[in-house]
Design a protein around this ligand. Structure first.
Ligand code: TYM
Length: 334
């Protein structure tokens, strides 16, 4: 546990990959937290396209998916006047920073990353880019002097490694990087698959197991009503009720109501009516988001303008620390 206190105007950074359709899991650990944290300090949110090319992907759709995700970030509530939203590959310092940090990243640490092991198994070709994915993620975070990183539980190990990388760099070359802290949602840090509530809801989950943020309302309702539960009937948050516990977490995330309050309201209604309530709440949340998304996505010139401004601001905020890192490492200045 860390005991440090958050500074008054913290720097906040998070990233999200443009490939794969974004899910309710991403909403809980990502989007909803970004919107909250943009109010807390200087916030930077990157569409991390360089991370997307670490596994098999389609080069014909990457650029469009990058714009899709930017539109979705604004549609869920990021305000370009408050938060800096940009595309990772537009700020060249990220790739450079990753190269510098690679010299203080331990091979053994990269080898034991769960995500490397899991993703590696899914690939026909395991790339060096997949192996040093966490080094690039560390560069994303550290170049901004980031204090807080809002993420879901699946990124915990990567964040811990970024902290180790910062600490190792600082002790070898002198204090340069802030050691960042992860910020995980109190509920919904790991939204589970609706068909198999023992595994994470992910972009690669089977169709019925995942709610995509752009799924049509009738599809969302159908998937939630078909979610796997158990043979009981009491709506209660308990380890032996993983399906119901997951639906309670989803309802808590989308309504902002606490789990105990939800348990009190739904304990005796039965699973059927409870699922209808969850489905309605998710649709109520997502319908306006989808409408805004389609509107924003329709104006590509404006999206590109917002991203260009974001990239300029992000470059201005990160080059100083990158230059310092070169200096501290002893490179001859150009
Ligand atoms: P990505 O694109 O996979 O996911 C974006 C965010 O969504 C969260 N998330 C979840 N939260 C709760 N329940 C789930 N089922 C669920 N699935 C995904 C993720 O934890 C994440 O916060 N490596 C990162 C991207 C990244 C990054 C960074 C993040 C690159 N550089 C720097 C923070 C800081 C990733 O793959 O996220």
């Amino acid at each position: 546990m860390t005991t440090s206190t958050t500074p008054a105007n913290p720097t906040i950074f998070s990233g999200i990959k443009p490939t794969g359709e974004k899910t309710l899991g991403n909403y809980a650990g990502g989007f909803s937290q970004y919107v909250r944290y943009q109010e807390e300090g200087q916030a930077f949110f990157a569409v991390v396209d360089l991370h997307s090319v670490t596994v098999a992907y389609d080069p014909r759709t990457l650029a469009a998916q990058t714009l899709d995700l930017a539109a979705l970030l604004f549609a869920t509530g990021l305000d370009p006047a408050r938060a800096t939203v940009f595309v990772q590959s537009h700020v060249k310092g990220h790739a450079e920073g990753a190269r510098l940090l690679a010299s203080v990243t331990a091979y053994g640490d990269l080898k034991r990353m769960h995500q490397f092991k899991e993703k590696g198994e899914e690939q026909d070709f395991v790339s060096l880019a997949l192996f040093d994915y966490p080094t690039l993620m560390a560069a994303d975070i550290l170049l901004y002097g980031t204090d807080l990183v809002p993420i879901g539980d699946d990124q915990r190990q990567h964040l811990e490694l970024a902290r180790d990388i910062a600490t190792r760099f600082n002790s070898r070359f002198g204090a340069t990087f802030t050691v960042p802290e992860g910020r995980y949602p109190e509920v919904g840090a790991r939204v589970m698959d609706l068909q198999d509530p023992t595994r994470k809801m992910g972009t690669t989950s089977a169709e019925g197991g995942t709610i995509r943020l752009l799924d049509p309302p009738d599809v969302i309702s159908k998937k939630i009503k078909a979610a796997v539960t158990d043979s009981g009937r009491e709506v209660r948050y308990a380890p032996d009720k993983p399906g119901i516990a997951n639906l309670l977490e989803i309802l808590a995330v989308v309504t902002g109501t606490s789990i105990p309050e939800l348990e009190a309201s739904y304990a005796d209604v039965g699973y059927g009516p409870f699922k209808v309530a969850v489905a309605d709440a998710v649709v109520t949340l997502l319908e306006p988001v989808q409408a805004r998304y389609h509107e924003l996505r329709g104006d590509e010139a404006e999206l590109r303008r917002l991203l260009a401004t974001g990239a300029e601001k992000a470059a201005a905020a990160s080059t100083g620390r990158l230059t310092t890192a070169y200096e501290r490492m002893g490179f001859l200045a150009p």
